[in-house]
Design a protein around this ligand. Sequence first.
Ligand code: SF4
Ligand code: SF4
Length: 374
Amino acid sequence: MGGILSGCGVLVLNMFKWLKRQLDKIGSPTLDWVQVEVTSHCNGACIYCPHTLLRSRWTSKQMPIELFRKLIPFLKYTDMVYLQGWGEPLLNNNIFEMIRICKDQGKCVGFTTNGMLLTEDTIRTLTDLELDIIGISLAGATATTHNQIRKGTDFNKLVSNLELLYKIKAERKTNVPAVHLAYLMLRSNFHELKEILPLAKRVGAKQIVASNMTLILDPKLSAEAIFNDTKHMDYYNITLKEIKDKATSENIIFDYHGPGLDDASLRCRENVLHACVINVEGKVVPCVLTDPVLCENREPDDRNPPCYIFKDQSFPIRGISFGNIRNESLTHIWNKKEYSRFRELFNPKITRSSEQILSEMPQCCVKCYKRLGA
Ligand code: SF4
Ligand code: SF4
């Protein structure tokens, strides 16, 4: 009798699981990419990074491979997986396995690195795995500037690692991983940005993205954000345009953000409508600025929450999570009312007055430089 009952129980359970899979298929989103924070450990100490500035409260974590595997059923709803969050992806011991899982599903895979762990073995493995994109973080085009800002990393070592990657790709007659240079524009390093083109040519990079410091944790750094340097906006605009034109003539894509702010903008520059971030603990969040790892409290009664600076005022960092892939499917999380309502705020097809949109937007989005186009 017990056997028959448990047999029925198993049947019901299997039917339930089957039904859940079918429902997941029906309601699954089509995403441009899924960003996965595979680690929050880092070997760098960049002067502007929460990893450095919140170090007394930062808890470094690794995404376990078992948690990463929970994403497999949902990989078919996206073309791209970017293995990146607040940390150095090569510090996750399972990074190669994670890449392999995504590649086996036919996905385009990439991550951004500070480049310090790109040993010859690692480069060869990444090339064997046919990693599609490797982003390289820079904050200068000379060792003096880069090393002062991206402390704990070394420009010369980074460039020689990239030259080795270039050589190995040439030996193997492959274009992957494609190298993308990610340059953080600051007032103190902007004058070196034009040198990024010769560097890109030297290491075979076909794409450069010049971005802004959008999360400012130290008031002393506010003046470093070029969007705050309103007196020199013409200089920034003209220089960026010149670099873009030169890059285009050399067949290199040069994208940049800003340089000024659009205070009337209601559109988040992150692709919140068609992408999401899974943080190191499996939480589904709209962007890295709302990643709960940024505001984790070591003490339950933490009275001193981490804050960021927006337009000279200080605001507590707030995480937003719509669910966790540990215990819910990504489809279910994506379709939750609160997540749909959040996305609607950024949907240009839904027309509402700007006052209404701003009144419904979470404060972290209202007071966000990325919303203003930075
Ligand atoms: S390498 Fe990246 S994660 Fe590490 S400290 Fe620098 S900016 Fe932060
Ligand atoms: S507005 Fe800012 S905080 Fe809100 S989703 Fe966009 S990037 Fe994230």
